[in-house]
Design a protein around this ligand. Structure first.
Ligand SMILES: NC(=O)c1ccc[n+]([C@@H]2O[C@H](COP(=O)([O-])OP(=O)(O)OC[C@H]3O[C@@H](n4cnc5c(N)ncnc54)[C@H](O)[C@@H]3O)[C@@H](O)[C@H]2O)c1
Ligand SMILES: [Zn+2]
Length: 354
């Protein structure tokens, strides 16, 4: 088991990573037996995990709220229903929510926690690789509006994040690969140790070897927590976590957020951003090959030929990272460090998307 932290001051929190969190006696550290608990989860998470969790937290007054699996549950409607439930159960500020699922469950649970009674305690128990390496850490919570994704939310940190690699055994390959896309991102934006581990252990990673997963998750979170702790509200350095995301979001939007996972879109986005880094002269050909080979070695899709500049153009321009009317992109340099820039030639973007 390893222990990391994120956040500063009063909102600093522990992140526990282990192979099986149920074999550790840590729930009582964060959840008071005398209080009420609402576990928020979705119907794609194996039921035995939910019953095991209930057994392990060993709290008398425990309730469960099960969302339908999928992005559509991150809605105002579900938000309202969860609030109704909390009022009905008379939850007060000393009670606790548990987000038990992927990023969808984590984001909406965190937002409910941030706003119900102006903020109640919540614990993240992420069950997808994407949620374990990315969405459960950093304090971003939120829901979607019909007009767009993540339009309402808050920065609100959990009391703790409890990660267990054994949940990943039941995660399907598509969702697993989505999380791997974000892991590769951390390797390409400055975590050299992680980059080396991926390059040496691709077979083990594809086979979900638990010891390798422990290290991958730990290294990913080290990078994320270092960055989000420096820049909690996303005003500076945190932007580099968006490496691959401007093009990735454009690919997701072009697909209407269907048929492609976030991580798969970001993986293609990273290849496009690496190509742009090459055409702009920041990296050499062999470094570009290195990026593509690493992605291929994990069995992730690297073929972005479906997505031409013409198709993605309008989505690229509407990305959130447009600041003061200028498109800002995250590129990489020859040492595999990321940086934000608005200096690049449109013709190089067009070339990168060929
Ligand atoms: N807050 C942040 O910083 C942040 C960062 C990245 C992404 N996100 C958000 O995260 C969401 C995506 O999260 P996600 O990729 O985890 O998807 P998800 O939450 O939709 O989960 C994917 C699927 O896996 C199933 N599942 C979860 N755990 C499982 C397990 N252990 N075994 C079997 N099936 C399991 C779920 O039921 C679901 O159908 C998006 O809404 C995105 O906006 C937030
Ligand atoms: Zn992402």
């Amino acid at each position: 088991m390893s222990l990391l932290t994120a956040g500063k001051g009063d909102s600093k929190y522990n992140i526990h990573i282990s192979k099986n969190i149920f074999s550790k006696n840590i729930f009582n550290k964060y959840i008071n037996k005398k209080n009420k608990v609402l576990i928020i989860t979705d119907d794609g998470i194996p039921k035995n995990y939910v019953s095991d969790l209930k057994k392990n937290i060993n709290v008398k007054n425990v309730h469960t709220y099960v969302l339908r699996k999928g992005e559509r549950s991150k809605s105002l409607n579900s938000y309202q229903k969860i609030l109704n439930q909390l009022v009905k159960l008379k939850f007060d500020r000393s009670d606790c929510l548990i987000a038990f699922g992927g990023g969808v469950v984590g984001d909406i649970t965190g937002f409910v926690a941030s706003s119900y009674l102006r903020g109640i305690k919540f614990v993240q128990i992420p069950t997808t690789l994407l949620a374990q390496v990315d969405s459960s850490v950093g304090g971003k919570t939120g829901i979607n509006l019909p007009q767009g994704k993540n339009l309402v939310g808050a920065f609100y940190n959990p009391k703790a994040v409890l990660i267990s690699t054994h949940f990943l055994t039941t995660l399907n390959m598509n969702e697993y690969k989505s999380g791997l896309g974000e892991v590769v991102k951390y390797a390409l934006i400055g975590n050299k140790k992680l980059k080396e581990i991926i390059e040496k252990n691709s077979e083990k990673i594809i086979n979900k070897d638990e010891s390798t997963l422990m290290i991958l998750i730990e290294e990913s979170i080290k990078t994320k927590s270092k960055i989000v702790t420096k820049d909690e509200k996303e005003s500076g350095i945190r932007a580099i976590l968006n490496f691959g995301h401007t093009f990735g979001h454009a690919i997701e939007a072009f697909n209407n957020y269907k048929n492609i996972t976030h991580g798969a879109a970001v993986t293609l986005g990273m290849i496009i951003a690496a190509k742009l880094s090459f055409y702009e002269g920041h990296i050499k050909n062999h470094q570009l090959d290195n990026v593509v080979n690493m992605i291929d070695s994990l069995g992730l899709d690297s073929d972005h030929s479906k997505y031409s500049y013409i198709k993605l153009k309008k989505y690229i321009a509407s990305d959130k990272k447009v600041l003061n009317g200028k498109l800002n992109l995250i590129l990489i340099d020859k040492n595999f460090n990321a940086f934000r820039t608005s200096k690049f030639k449109v013709e190089n973007i067009i070339k990168s998307l060929n």
